[in-house]
Design a protein around this ligand. Structure first.
Ligand SMILES: *Cc1c(COP(=O)(O)O)cnc(C)c1O
Length: 369
């Protein structure tokens, strides 16, 4: 049975329902874990589990046997620690800043150390406490976003005192082009990572995000770090049974019959012919239905695809329902789901499924299945 979690502690008249299928997330987790065949399968739950609700998602992943979680911010890690308790590893991708050491320690959070200053902060702090503290060391292999450069990694390997009080759990890197399986950069980064790893021969390694897991076994190492594939987005090769997770449904606010040629919406960007029938649906860019979808997307009523016409407003979007029988204001409209997948809607908006998910609004009734 769906568990109803109303947005607010008041009477709920939400105009749309966002269903998040936790069993599909669990299913996807198990699929990825089996592909990674032997590697630890962690879960990336940064940004409120890609907008889907870090509490519900991570509790379900714990039930599914996940023991390792990644978030980006320290705040996210503190929140997650409260949610899942003390028995699971939580890694903070952004690492630590000055004055955060005690908070990391207190909440038992593991920093990903991305540059020499972060390593020094953590090592010094551990030395003061006369202990060893856990960390992941992130080495850049081509992303040029975070991570030690190769020269620093070599320094680190030569000068053991730099890591004297750090218990290095993993050597990590991140792929820049894994969503393009044929991009030669994947192999180049793999080769670099392999040679960097030789500097730290006894330490386990982690390289792949979701798309990296789907490349091939060479990319799996000792731990993988899927995010988007858990949530039904990203690459979905035909032989991999990744399931949809989100279903966003609304209803129709108003139906109009057009008796002479007319324009619709802001900017009068679209003309509909006399005899058309159009519907206004209470979902707009404030709800995460991106404005770039104006005149450029579709919704679904049962099996019927209906085009979005005119610009997307803050709270509404207009669709052409001309010639489709049986549509009333009570008809359920699929905004995202089996027919309007996050990948296909993202493509129309010239973005990626990640951005569709993380933009999902807060005005929905959220239901966890
Ligand atoms: C966000 C992130 C991931 C997860 O990436 P997906 O493409 O969502 O699977 C993995 N590793 C790092 C370093 C990340 O920042």
């Amino acid at each position: 049975m769906p568990e109803l979690i109303p947005n607010r502690n008041i009477e709920d008249f939400s105009e749309a329902t966002l269903s998040i299928n936790l069993s599909s997330i669990e299913h996807n987790y198990n699929i990825l874990k089996s592909i990674a065949n032997g590697a630890i399968c962690s879960a990336v739950v940064k940004a409120n589990a890609y907008g889907l609700g870090v509490e519900q998602v991570s509790k379900r992943l714990v039930q599914a046997g996940c023991n390792n979680f990644f978030v980006a911010h320290l705040n996210e890690g503190i929140e997650l620690r409260e949610i899942i308790g003390d028995n699971h590893n939580i890694y903070i991708l952004h690492g630590l800043k000055r004055n955060q050491q005690a908070a990391f320690h207190k909440h038992n959070l593991i920093p990903v150390l991305n540059f020499m200053e972060q390593i020094k902060l953590w090592n010094d702090y551990a030395r003061e406490l006369s202990t060893n503290l856990p960390a992941i060391i992130h080495i850049d292999t081509g992303m040029n976003r975070l991570g030690l450069n190769i020269a620093d990694a070599e320094d680190l390997a030569r000068n053991k005192s730099l890591l004297s009080h750090i218990d290095t759990k993993f050597i990590m890197s991140h792929l820049a082009c894994a969503s393009e399986p044929n991009d030669q950069m994947n192999a180049e980064q793999l080769e670099k990572f392999d040679s960097v790893r030789k500097l730290f021969p006894d330490i386990p390694a982690t390289l792949s995000n979701s798309a990296g897991i789907l490349l091939n076994d060479d990319y799996h190492f000792e731990m993988v770090r899927p995010g988007i594939s858990l949530y039904g987005g990203g690459n979905r090769p035909k032989n991999v049974d990744i399931k949809n997770v989100v279903d966003l449904k609304s209803s129709i606010l108003q139906i109009r019959n057009i008796d002479s040629d007319q324009t619709v919406g802001y900017g009068a960007t679209r003309t509909v012919k006399a005899g058309s029938r159009i519907a206004t649906i209470p979902i707009g860019y404030a709800d995460g239905y991106l404005r770039s979808l104006g005149n450029n997307s579709y919704l679904h009523i049962d099996d019927v695809k209906i085009p979005v016409i005119g610009r997307v407003s803050m709270d509404m979007v207009i669709a052409d329902i001309t010639g489709i029988d049986n549509i009333t204001v009570n008809s359920k409209v699929e905004i995202l789901g089996e027919n309007c997948t996050i990948n296909s809607i993202a493509e129309l908006a010239e973005t990626i499924s990640y951005e569709i998910l993380t933009n999902l609004g807060s005005r929905y009734n959220r239901v966890y299945i």
